[in-house]
Ligand binder design. Structure first.
Ligand code: SF4
Length: 1004
């Protein structure tokens, strides 16, 4: 007996034929076994559900490989052979390629090359004329092709030696078993066989079907398509004559061609049409509720090609973890790894916390940096916390304290975690597959244990990742040694090669490549992305076999054509839509495919691609998608369309549904834009009078002790003060900014201050040099040694920047220090000044050497409590004092005095420091003499200039006046944005250049 051949059109015709055929086979016995060999598992599920509606029993759906397994695997096992797996195949191919001298050997570990050689080996085994094929390839003659053939031969030899069987062995063994009269039990369970719509029949498969037909009835339903589909099905191999085609049971699908403005709108258009179809035809199982959102979660769907295991949390997490070491623990790599891990609370998987803390710590790369810089950050936070202990209890202080405590704990936990990852991710000492599997499994167990935050799918996937990982151990029999790189590639391949089902066949929309629609019959098919280079596919360059000696290109095009026609036939009796965008995802012009144009052809005439794309072609079945306005996809989209239409018509957006909704931002955005354009000071401009009763604002300057610079911010830009001093908004630094290239200006300033403090402490303690005496070489060496220590500390903290730039910075700082000593010697000589107090605090009650806080009356019995740290106080022989505040930035060149109300409240440091010194004298019962308070711009950039203020009674009165005004402004809720004058040279407003809040400030 030979198989019976029946040409059948795919789609509903094939389903109807199958139903009848099964009924006929079971006419006498409803439990008579029937096996349907389907083109794919999904098609089997789809058909089973369809048949279930009419009732059936003892019908099995399977693919040919599984049928061969049930018939032939026992025979192979009895001969001591075991199945080849993807892992063992790759290992054998790698060793085979490496063993062939020539151009391929050096790339033996490259996964792409391994796939190509493995594919060629399988292809050659499945073809009819292997000897002829080998001759043709050799005759083609490139060195690469000959090397590839040698690698294939080496691989086959190794596979045989390892007693591993592949799918062709299985087909052959199954045929052999049947011919030998074996497999009666399996055959009894198989019953009659129907092979439905095979897309190819190669010699080993034909051999099995012929052997099967000798033992049971076999019917092969060959795809029958318009132009034959071009498929070379090898029907002749079956030794059977073809019958007349089965009459077509449903009219071919009405094909509509759609042109969309872009790929996104094309997909949205397809979904809109599906929803419209669902409304018109209630049986289409789409949830109506999904109309509002239509996101992936809302629309039930099944993905035919499933979800790659590689995309699961467990797989991404494990691969990312292994790659971290190779990527030198760069901040971006670590944060990228974390971003793929779900978490609910806790710091260890919180990318946001790692991002924030590593930014603050100055981490750039390297596990050591992560450890040391985060530990240093925790210590800095500890010190800040200790300083806060001195502050009175207050809600803001309490919140600050809690935030610091949290930073300390989180930073230390991250340090522990990075240390553990660093240690565990060191490659195993033994370079074997087993050792690498154990190593990776440990990483997974220690750092990627699924928890409640993981979805059920991801937890299941974690198990599958474990299985894929352990399967890699199989390669040890073929490859005794392996590197981390090869192991990682093998793991990537193993995870990429596995797919997990997504959705359930029969529920909602089927999504997948059109080539998987063989065996389906659907109410509607929408082929997306029908572009010129895709249908037919563009000719591909064969990297192994130049000149295409095996005719792969033509076979590929025939297969694609058949897949296309079968996909459209799946919608017979219903509707098929073929669509193409006019631009690709990057906005480049693209054209509709010839096959799409064929659907609009009238005889030999078909519209031109350029005319269809441009919209100048007309055809009753050609439509253009306009966009959301045509058929809004959801309520949200409907509102957007309404708003866009109103806008285009010049109507007031406020009156649209989108503008009126309180829970949507548009109304508020419109309101704020109008308010800002008006000449009235509104809440959007920083006028917070309505909330001025809230404690944070109502206390004005009478709250906890404040610094001069904090108060100055209100006088400079009240909105800045609101952000930083009232709401305590913490600015976020960009790690890619100059900070990582050169030392931050603030850090540089602190470093110089620290050096000067240490140096002048020694001067104050020793009295050397006396006023009027120059600094000696030994003094210069001492300040250089102090500076060297500070530089080392900066480098250890990771704030120094690029080594080359840092070398320049160091030289500039040393030059500035030497100049400062020279200038200082002259000035001290002029006035007879001796350094007496350095980094002198006032208002820090818990510090033993702190002076009392400066208090300034604000009226109504309220006072402003002020504290600060004075860089240096010098005294002369008569007990007079002068105050120095070093500045390492730009010289603002401003006049400060009582007459201009201390530069309108923008320069309060000097008068407040002066008050602190004069208060101390008063406290000691001494006369409060006029005290000089000065800014010293101690750099070349600042030209070592000084701005001085003589603090006397008039200045103190001005200070009281200014603080009273600022207090009144704060309490009134007055926080407008004040950018200041536009500075042509800098290209920005004077107050905004270094403002931390420029990204959120509406005035910036
Ligand atoms: S960006 Fe300018 S206007 Fe805005 S808060 Fe900062 S300084 Fe003020």
């Amino acid at each position: 007996m030979v198989p019976e051949l029946v040409p059948v059109r795919p789609g509903p015709t094939a389903t109807a034929w199958l139903t009848v055929r099964i009924r006929d086979l079971q006419a006498d016995d409803p439990l008579h076994p029937v096996t349907v060999v389907v083109p794919g598992h999904h098609a089997g599920l789809h058909l089973r559900r369809g048949l279930a509606a009419g009732g059936y029993a003892n019908v099995r759906f399977t693919v040919l490989a599984r049928l061969a397994e049930s018939l032939g695997a026992g025979r192979l096992a009895a001969r001591g052979r075991s199945p080849l797996t993807a892992v063992t195949r790759a290992a054998l191919v790698r060793t085979a390629i490496a063993a062939v001298p020539g151009p391929l050997a050096a790339a033996a570990v490259h996964a792409g090359l391994v796939d190509l050689v493995a594919g060629l080996a399988t292809e050659l085994r499945r073809r009819a004329d292997r000897a002829g094929d080998l001759d043709r390839v050799r005759a083609g003659g490139t060195l690469t092709a000959r090397s590839a053939l040698e690698a294939v031969a080496g691989y086959e030899h190794r596979r045989e030696a390892a007693c591993l069987y592949d799918e062709v062995d299985l087909l052959t063994a199954a045929a052999g078993a049947l011919r030998a009269g074996e497999g009666s039990v399996a055959l009894a369970e198989t019953g009659d066989v129907i092979v439905l719509l095979p897309t190819r029949i190669d010699p080993p498969e034909a051999e099995l079907l012929r052997a099967l037909a000798a033992r049971t009835s076999v019917v092969v339903a060959l795809p029958h398509l318009e132009d034959g589909g071009g498929l070379d099905l090898g029907a002749a191999l079956l030794g059977a004559a073809g019958a007349a085609p089965v009459p077509v049971g449903a009219p071919p699908a009405a094909v509509t061609a759609l042109v969309a403005p872009d790929p996104v709108e094309e997909v949205r258009g397809a979904v809109r049409e599906l929803l419209a179809a669902a409304e018109a035809e209630p049986p289409v199982p789409l949830h109506r509720a999904a109309r509002d959102t239509l996101d992936e979660a809302g629309v039930p769907h099944v993905a035919l090609d499933g979800r790659r295991l590689e995309d699961s949390v467990a797989a991404r997490g494990l691969l990312g973890l292994i790659r971290l070491r190779d990527q030198d623990f760069t901040r971006a790599a670590v944060l990228g790894w974390l971003s793929g891990l779900p978490h609910r609370g806790g710091v260890l998987r919180s990318q946001a916390r790692w991002d924030q803390l590593s930014r603050d710590a100055g981490v750039v790369r390297g596990a050591t940096q992560w450890r040391e810089r985060l530990a240093a950050l925790a210590e800095r936070r500890e010190r800040s916390l200790q300083r806060l202990e001195q502050d009175p209890e207050d809600a803001a202080v309490e919140a600050h304290r809690a935030a610091l405590q949290r930073d300390i704990e989180d930073a230390r936990r991250i340090v522990e975690h990075v240390t553990a990852i660093d240690s565990a991710s060191r490659p195993p000492r033994e370079a074997t597959w087993e050792a690498h599997v154990v190593w990776a499994a440990r990483l997974r167990d220690e750092f990627l244990t699924p928890d409640d935050a993981w979805s059920v799918e991801d937890r299941e996937a974690s198990q599958a990742v474990g299985e894929a990982l352990h399967a890699l151990g199989e390669a040890s029999a073929m490859e005794p040694a392996v590197s981390v790189r090869v192991f990682l590639r093998a793991l990537e391949d193993a995870l990429r090669g596995r797919r997990r089902p997504e959705g359930r066949i029969g529920r909602g929309v089927v999504i997948g490549p059109h080539r998987l629609l063989w065996g389906f019959d659907l109410a509607r098919v929408h082929v997306l992305g029908a572009l010129e280079a895709g249908f037919p596919p563009a000719a591909a360059v064969d990297p192994l076999l130049a000149g295409d000696p095996l005719g792969r290109g033509a076979a590929r095009e025939r297969q694609e054509r058949a897949d296309w026609l079968a996909a459209l036939a799946a919608a017979d009796g219903g509707e098929a839509v073929v669509s193409a965008p006019v631009v690709d995802v990057e906005g480049r012009a693209v054209y509709p495919s010839p096959w799409m144009l064929d659907t609009l052809a009238d005889g030999d005439l078909r519209p031109r691609a350029s005319a269809v794309r441009a919209g100048s072609a007309s055809h009753p079945r050609l439509r253009r998608l306009g966009g959301a306005a045509e058929t809004p996809l959801s309520i949200a989209e409907r509102r957007e369309v309404e708003a866009a239409t109103a806008w285009a018509a010049g109507r007031d957006l406020f009156r649209t549904a989108l503008g009126r909704r309180d829970d949507l931002p548009l109304g508020r955005v419109l309101e704020s834009a109008r308010a800002r354009r008006s000449d009235v000071l509104t809440e959007f401009d920083g006028h917070l009078a309505e909330v001025a009763h809230l404690p944070l604002i109502a206390r004005g300057l009478s709250g906890p002790a404040q610094s001069a610079t904090g108060i100055e911010t209100w006088a400079t830009c009240p909105f800045h003060h609101l952000m930083g001093r009232v709401l305590a908004v913490s600015p976020t630094e960009d790690v890619d900014d100059d900070r990582w290239w050169q030392i931050d200006a603030a850090e540089r300033g602190t470093l110089v201050h620290d050096i000067l403090e240490k140096f002048f402490h020694h001067v104050a303690e020793t009295g050397h040099p006396a006023p009027g005496s120059p600094y000696l070489d030994a003094d210069v060496r001492r300040i250089e040694e102090i500076a060297a220590g500070a530089f080392r500390d900066a480098e250890a903290r990771g704030i120094a920047g690029h080594p080359l730039v840092w070398a320049n910075e160091r030289a500039a700082i040393l030059a500035d220090l030497r100049t400062l000593l020279h200038e200082d010697a002259e000035q001290r000589g002029d006035g007879g000044w001796r350094p007496a107090h350095l980094e002198q605090g006032f208002g820090f009650d818990a510090e033993p050497h702190s002076w009392p806080a400066v208090t300034v009356p604000l009226g109504d019995g309220r006072v402003a409590v002020l504290r600060g740290r004075i860089d240096r106080v010098d005294v002369d022989e008569r007990g007079r004092a002068r105050i120095i505040d070093y500045k390492t930035g730009r010289n603002a060149k401003v006049e400060i005095g009582a007459a201009n109300l201390l530069e309108h409240g923008r320069r309060l440091q000097l008068p407040i420091y002066g008050r602190a010194v004069r208060d101390r004298a008063r406290g000691a019962g001494l006369p409060a003499t006029a005290t000089t308070s000065l800014y010293w711009y101690a750099t070349v950039k600042g030209q070592f200039a000084q701005t001085a203020l003589v603090v006397d009674d008039a200045v103190e009165e001005a200070l009281t006046d200014v603080l009273g005004r600022i207090d009144a402004g704060v309490r009134a809720g007055c926080f407008p944005q004040v950018p200041g004058e536009f500075e042509e040279w800098w290209g920005r407003c004077e107050n905004c250049g270094f403002c931390d809040y420029d990204t959120l400030c509406p005035a910036s």
